[in-house]
Design a protein around this ligand. Structure first.
Ligand code: GDP
Length: 609
């Protein structure tokens, strides 16, 4: 009978085997950190910490050999021996996903953006990764800055966007371009999580991209990796070794330590994401950087997302078009084609497009020109008025039409204590399956950063006893972001609930423009009467509603039928001036009557003024 390894282990443990039983816990010849923790009955963190003391930076799934495991066990005062039966190898997590058998879609490289607080080492990390490439490549070519570059690790490519920071990431998202697959959040080990780290976390989460944490500057004497891990947990980023699913890699961008490990982890994350693209179609892509070159003319670095872009292709790019005359890779070398996830600098456009603009290869120049002209005309037809990206009243329609799938909100409150109750109440709402997704919930004023996050994610900003700062207000107005401010939680929740069900109607409010006092009455023609009036406050508008008030009582309510200054028609007359007023359906003016000019406006509870 063939005895299973598990049975053997069991027999050893219970002592039923006839073989000589070695002292201590049997440990396979290779074991993952997690398994070792389980076998030794200690927290895997203790194993990781001990390995760290030995300058081994291991993650929870990292496999170590028996010798190393035995050293850890000795430090923890636990007896072990090498198990001879078999090496139990844990099936790595990233293998559990079946590969899509759709033949036209092939695996494409991941596109990675680096974000984090200023000075935490984003630029240096990008350089260190690029450096790793130069050392790897036989040619050792000099890299050019074109806005994105690729490195090759174990025969697989990774694309990095070369503009660090979340400003670029956010502005591209706000323009509807979803380029990034993985966001690296850099945290300096000596500084820990800082405000811009938190912003970057919010942006990455809102964009639903995979997050990989890089703890940088581990070469510094005051580096404290454990503290950073702890802080990450406080921001709901539970790292793998502590039972979460966030990969965290300690590196030094200065010495290059950890960079290979980071690249390998990025490949693993990409594998889980199953990133696919069809290389055999006309190219679709996004501009990541652009410039006007005095010699080459307009240049744009494009990241191809689908298909293959070739020299000679006619392309529509944002508001412009052109024929790709030449393409260059990140080493400045001429290339003839660029497939999915490959950055390429293209020459031949008629003008410089903007980062975030889409690229589409079309059949010929004529078609490219026509498409651009059509798009331009459509744009000219659009009203110049800023239309809200998303207003609370519209959410239901937008969800029904498939434009958004849930209500994204950014919440700001006056005190920390109000954050959780509001968050919980909103997250608990579910109207016909439509839910609220909270992108940020924090105490403080509504800032430009909140509006930016909302803009990039088609979200609305809700303030509870918190008001927008002047800059945030201006930005929200010009970009069309809806900010609502409430001072009663119940009203806030009720409005959101109604909006989810499509029941939030704008409230029509009346705005009084001004008053006029009737000083004389003239008859014109047979029946018409004109009230010779004096504007006592505000202004009277020709286009407004008009209400006649006599002895404090409203006696008539209709619209202004004419407004004259002397013989001329006037659009409006201001305080201190005289004018002639006639009102639809009313002729019985008396000296001393008050004409109230007013108009109606759409309003809603919570409108931040
Ligand atoms: P960024 O603002 O996030 O792009 O940060 P930089 O890449 O410009 O780095 C800020 C400073 O930290 C620079 O002086 C870098 O040389 C330094 N720096 C970056 N990474 C490391 C590192 O791993 N170790 C050390 N000692 N210094 C680093």
């Amino acid at each position: 009978m063939v005895e299973s390894s598990a049975e053997k282990v069991k027999k050893k443990a219970t002592g039923t085997t006839k073989k000589k039983v070695k002292k201590g816990i049997p440990i396979p010849s290779s074991v993952s950190v997690k398994q070792l923790g389980e076998l030794l009955d200690v927290d895997p963190v203790a194993v990781i910490k001990d390995l760290m003391k030995k300058s081994i930076m291991a993650t929870i799934n990292q496999v170590i050999d028996y010798k190393t495991a035995a050293m850890v066990a000795r430090d923890l005062a636990i007896d072990v021996h090498e198990e001879q039966v078999s090496a139990i190898k844990e099936m790595p997590k990233y293998h559990r996903f079946a590969i899509d058998d759709n033949i036209t879609q092939k695996t494409r490289p991941p596109v990675v953006t680096i974000m984090g607080h200023v000075d935490h080492g984003k630029t240096r990390l990008l350089d260190a990764i690029r450096q790793a490439k130069v050392m790897d490549s036989e040619a050792g070519g000099i890299t050019q800055h074109i806005g994105a570059y690729q490195v090759e690790v174990n025969g697989q490519k990774i694309t990095f966007l070369d503009t660090p920071g979340h400003a670029a990431f956010t502005s591209m998202r706000a323009r509807g371009a979803h380029v990034t697959d993985i966001a690296i959040l850099v945290v300096a080990a000596d500084d820990g999580i800082m405000p811009q780290t938190v912003e970057a976390i919010d942006h990455a989460k809102a964009a639903e991209v995979a997050i990989v944490i890089v703890i940088n500057k581990i070469d510094k004497p005051d580096a404290d990796i454990e503290r950073v891990k702890q802080q990450l947990t406080e921001h709901n980023l539970l790292i793998e070794e502590w039972g979460g699913d966030i990969i965290c890699v300690p590196v030094s961008a200065k010495t290059g330590d950890g960079i290979p490990d980071l690249l390998e982890h990025l490949l693993l994350v990409a594998e889980i994401q199953e990133l696919k693209a069809d290389a055999d179609r006309k190219a679709l892509g996004v501009v990541v950087e652009s410039e006007m070159d005095t010699q080459k003319g307009p240049l744009a670095t494009v990241l191809v997302q689908q298909g293959t872009l070739k020299v000679g292709d006619s392309v529509v790019v944002g508001d412009t078009w052109g024929k790709v005359k030449a393409m260059f890779n990140d080493e400045g070398k001429h290339i003839r084609k660029a497939g999915p996830s490959m950055p390429a600098e293209i020459m031949g456009l008629n003008s410089v497009p903007q980062a975030g603009d889409g690229l589409k290869a079309v059949s010929d120049d004529r078609s490219a020109r026509l498409q651009v002209e059509k798009a331009r005309k459509a744009k000219e037809m659009e009203s110049t008025q800023v239309v809200k990206v998303l207003a609370l009243e519209d959410i239901y329609n937008q969800i029904k039409s498939g434009q958004v799938k849930e209500l994204n909100v950014v919440i700001k409150t006056d005190v920390q204590g109000s954050v959780e109750p509001i968050k919980d109440s909103l997250e608990g709402l579910n109207v016909e399956g439509i839910k609220v997704r909270i992108l940020r919930a924090d105490a403080g004023n509504i800032t430009e950063s909140d509006v930016t996050l909302a803009l990039a994610s088609q979200a609305i900003v809700i303030g509870f006893n918190s008001r927008p700062e002047a800059g945030a207000r201006r930005m929200a107005d010009s970009e069309g972001v809806d900010i609502r401010v409430y001072d009663v939680i119940y009203e806030l929740i009720e409005d959101v609930q109604k909006a989810l069900g499509g029941l939030l109607e704008p409230i029509i409010i009346e705005v009084v423009d001004g008053h006029a006092e009737v000083r004389a009455v003239f008859t014109v023609g047979k029946r018409d009467r004109i009230a010779g009036s004096y504007i006592t406050d505000g202004k009277v508008l020709r286009s407004s509603f008009a209400r006649i008030i006599r002895d404090g009582e409203k006696i008539h309510d209709s619209t202004m039928s004419s407004l004259k200054r002397f013989k001329d028609d006037a659009k409006e007359v201001l305080t201190g001036f005289e004018c002639g007023i006639s009102v639809d359906g009313f002729t019985d003016f008396k000296v001393g009557d008050i004409v109230e000019s007013y108009h109606s406006e759409e309003a809603h509870r919570g409108t931040a003024l």
